[in-house]
Design a protein around this ligand. Structure first.
Ligand SMILES: Cc1cc2nc3c(=O)[nH]c(=O)nc-3n(C[C@H](O)[C@H](O)[C@H](O)COP(=O)(O)O)c2cc1C
Length: 156
């Protein structure tokens, strides 16, 4: 058998956007569930932070796959004012524990939000390349702890 698979760079893309008016939390949850199914099939991983006003999302995977996915996401009417904060090549997928992890109630975690936004209001368009990644990392840590708690309580 020939070893023919071409090397494909892995990229990590972070963008912010505004939630379209009228989109409910239930609709956002449904969107995440669908994204998880799609991403699993594409070996895409990532994390989504949201409140009622803004999305901050990281998607990572093979370069061509991420380009195609981001084109789809950009055309989605469930959000607008999409701004790419960072797109870079990486050695490994950083959020590989999640096909799409999500924290949809960012405002309930003021201890983290206050550390990034002096006025205490989550507005991801104000984040830099570095701070956007740090913000998502901190929320992904919460998600791990929550999952661990869930697993602990289930096993009792
Ligand atoms: C904020 C936001 C994040 C999204 N993230 C993803 C994602 O990670 N993966 C995905 O497949 N679709 C995501 N979508 C949905 C896509 O825009 C699109 O609806 C979906 O990929 C279409 O899937 P389908 O071709 O299987 O119907 C997202 C949409 C929004 C508004």
């Amino acid at each position: 058998m020939r070893e023919g698979k071409q090397y494909m760079p892995i990229v990590q893309l972070i963008y912010s956007s505004s939630v379209s008016e009228g989109l409910s939390v239930m609709e956002i949850k449904a969107l995440v569930e669908k994204a998880q199914i799609n991403n699993r099939a594409l070996s895409v991983t990532g994390f989504l932070c949201a409140n009622s006003y803004y999305f901050l999302q990281c998607i990572e995977g093979e370069s061509a796959v991420i380009d195609a996915l981001f084109q789809k996401i950009s055309k989605d009417s469930r959000h607008h004012s999409i701004t790419v904060i960072n797109k870079r090549e990486v050695d490994n997928q950083q959020f590989r524990a999640w096909s799409m992890g999500a924290v949809l109630d960012i405002d309930r975690h003021m201890n983290i939000v206050d550390g990034f936004f002096p006025d205490g209001v989550f507005n991801p368009s104000l984040l830099s390349e570095q701070t956007s990644l740090e913000f998502i990392e901190q929320f992904s840590q919460i998600r791990i702890r929550t999952q661990e708690r869930t697993i602990e309580s289930l096993s009792k």
